[in-house]
Design a protein around this ligand. Sequence first.
Ligand SMILES: [Zn+2]
Length: 272
Amino acid sequence: MLEQYNSICITKVASSILNIMGLDIPESMDSPIDILAKLSDYKLNKEKADRVVIYNPDAVAMWLYQKYTHMFEKAICCSDVSLPMLSVMPSVTPVCFASMYSGVLPQIHGINTYIKPVLRVNTVFDTLLKAQKRVALVSTTNDSISMIFLERQMDYFIYDSVEEVNSKAIELIEKDEHDVIVIYNGNYDTTMHKHGTQAEASLEALKNNIDFYQKIVDKIKKCWSNHNTFYGFSPDHGCHDIDGNCGSHGLDMVEDMNVVHFYGFNSRTKFL
Ligand SMILES: [Zn+2]
């Protein structure tokens, strides 16, 4: 079997967000994804985005998209593009999200293993805050995203359950008080670790992630017609099965390293 690693690294997400918003990109960060820059110009009529929502479902592997494509129908229909993306090593949550939002590899940001210290290197959040952008992070208690980006002048909404996280995320879009909103859901990851990557309960959790992404996009289209919005479905790493009907990740293998990202743009309504 041909084992092919994807070419676009998740370290390109940070600068892509800044570029699409028309902000300067720090030299430390990997360059933006060219395709997204071009698509942004096309979809936003060469304007910049003034709103960004990135949804981070944990552990949605590329192979899940390839094998269960029909399950992704809602994500496909509400996005402008799906991109094959490459994670970083070791492919575990804090390492990957640190890379995604700092734009640098693990050896530079310093989280090289499953630890969750507050990240001290520059992240996309620091650059956004310097540019006076209002940032909200909505996530579950003790999860990586809730911990490694702490101690910044942004709004943290940390809850015990995915349901509370998701209802707050929808409320924040309705309120329209933030320029950038990042939302984390770890329910597929938790379920697949326990029951295996393709167990009924795991696929149900994946379905819930895709359903919620569509809900976010619907809400953006309904509430933010006066904004140019860039939104994404951006998992951190993939997954594979191990003995005992359990799922795992963290290895340098295609199943763990290749992920699928979806991105879309919602252009503001123009009244001519
Ligand atoms: Zn993860």
